[in-house]
Ligand binder design. Structure first.
Ligand code: NAD
Length: 473
């Protein structure tokens, strides 16, 4: 497990990157674009092999899903970086207030230095190469530690990156939690972590010892609110898609549904039909991903067992005949009347289980959300825009999609990230570029500076100028 390519030990690799970043502080546009182009070429020329590796890691995970949710998203993000880089790199002119005239001011955007990226297994290409590409575009050196739970994918990424990049430019470090811990203790200029809230806490603590700033892209329970004004047949397809993409192993998957109390039976029917439409069978369906490991599957089964023992009604919504076989393809289920104290209602589910919570009035739904940690995503379905605004104005979440699920992550113009226990800091687009950039304010003084009027000795002139300024401001 503990294997660190290239042949440099972890600390030596960091030192090489660190020294290179200090030797070349300014990183020109051409070099940034060249690094992006090399990463893009690596992805394009090895896309089938990368998708095969992801499939081998999951057991079942369609290459089309990897093409859409990993590679397409990566390409879109990198195309945007390539296009906007010249504008984003430029010094930003800032207007100067009267009392500092005739000085001039601007913000110089500089690389931070060495960025560490720790990634999860669920979208193992998008969530590793994505932040790495953004950090490279911002002129940084990057060390990337992908997940040990996708060993084929991570090993292939390491080999390909080693072929295309110098070790002090961009490197992949392989290993499990032991290596990850050592990795998170390196004095990076920024550490970007995507994973669970529990591990995120440990990463933040390790980084704090070095005063390394972090971005934490974590998980949580993302609510999906169905308004009384909602067309359930349309919503159910979009909810089933968001929930069952990658078999629920998606950080922003709707974790549970909140719906008006009298619409539970209607939702059960609509969701069952939606599942059958998207996945006519479960077992042996190449479009329906497997749960990543036996351990993860056992946890999901335990959540369901506990819910059932606690009096919840568990409804298997797999199409008839499509019972789960081997390969860890777990049947989608709805869970009604789950007691709030159940693990199912406290832990992020990360699987194809969808609890349905009935509410009496929209204020109850808002209170339910606000009693819990702030979620990574929130979904709202309906046509009553006043009800929508009421909910959006009274809840805080990392992001929102209205009348669909997941899609806000695909909009490169929107910053993506969590809030509170679902993380801090955001990326994608310019927000991502700035995440990995030092925004250095520069004031260029003129020979005659208004500030000289404030120098001591403080006398009548000082009083006069201050009096004028007080009246002006
Ligand atoms: P995880 O936290 O178990 O592991 C993530 C990474 O952290 C892995 O590379 C692992 O090796 C490393 N790691 C493990 N222990 C560590 C330690 N002590 N110190 C430093 N690093 C350590 O998460 P996971 O199971 O790979 O991913 C699932 C979780 O990630 C879910 O909670 C999901 O919601 C979240 N997630 C969030 C986003 C997002 O963008 N917000 C995206 C995908 C997944």
């Amino acid at each position: 497990m503990t294997q660190i390519p290239p042949s440099l030990p972890l600390r030596a690799l960091f030192d090489a990157q660190y020294n290179a970043s200090r030797a070349q502080v300014g990183v020109p546009l051409a070099l940034r674009r060249d690094r992006l182009a090399r990463l893009r070429a690596l992805i394009d020329s090895h896309a089938p092999a990368l998708a095969e590796a992801v499939e081998a890691d999951f057991g079942v995970r369609s290459p089309q899903l990897t093409e859409a949710a990993d590679l397409f998203v990566l390409r879109a993000g990198m195309a945007q970086l390539h296009k906007h880089l010249p504008g984003w790199m430029k010094p930003q002119r800032v207007a100067t207030p009267l009392y500092l005239q005739p000085a001039r001011a601007h913000i110089q955007r500089q690389p931070l230095g060495v960025v560490g990226v720790i990634g999860p297994w669920n979208y193992p290409l998008q969530l590793t190469f994505g932040p790495a590409a953004t950090a490279l575009a911002a002129g940084n050196r990057v060390m990337l530690k992908p997940s040990e739970l996708t060993p084929h994918t991570s090993a292939l990424m390491a080999t390909l990156v080693q072929q295309a990049f110098a070790a002090d430019e961009f490197s992949v470090v392989l290993g499990g939690p032991d290596v990850a811990q050592d990795f998170s203790r390196l004095p990076f200029d920024h550490l970007f972590f995507t994973g669970s809230t529990q591990v995120g806490r440990q990463v933040a603590a390790a980084a704090a010892a070095n005063l390394t700033p972090t971005t934490l892209e974590l998980g949580g329970k993302s609510p999906c609110v169905i308004d009384a004004s909602c067309d359930l047949n349309d919503a159910a397809v979009k909810i089933a898609h968001g929930k069952l993409l990658n078999a629920g192993q998606t950080c922003i998957a709707p974790d549970y549904v909140l719906l008006p109390r009298d619409r539970e039976a209607e939702f059960e029917r609509a969701y069952t039909a939606a599942v059958a439409r998207l996945f006519p069978r479960i077992a042996g369906n190449p479009d329906y991903a497997a749960i990543v490991s036996e351990r993860h599957q056992a946890r999901l089964v335990a959540l369901l067992d506990e819910a059932q023992a606690g009096g919840a009604r568990v409804v298997n919504v797999a199409p008839p005949g499509g019972t789960s076989g081997g390969a860890r393809q777990m049947n989608p289920v709805l869970v009604f009347d789950a007691a709030p104290g159940l693990r199912l209602m406290g832990e992020e589910i990360f699987g194809p289980i969808l609890p349905v919570v009935a509410y009496d009035g929209i204020d109850d739904a808002i209170a339910f959300i606000n009693l819990r940690p702030r979620p990574l995503a929130l979904y709202w379905f309906g046509s009553d825009t006043a009800a929508r605004d009421r909910l959006l104005n009274r809840t805080v979440s990392g992001g929102v999609t209205v009348n669909d699920t997941l899609m806000h992550i695909a909009h490169e113009g929107l910053p993506f990230g969590g809030v509170g226990e679902s993380g801090w800091g955001s990326y994608h687009g310019e927000a991502g570029f700035l995440r990995f950039t030092q925004q250095k304010p520069v004031l260029v003084q003129s020979r005659w500076a208004m500030g000289q009027l404030f120098y001591p000795p403080y006398g009548a002139r000082f009083q006069r100028v201050m009096g004028l300024l007080k009246r002006w401001l």
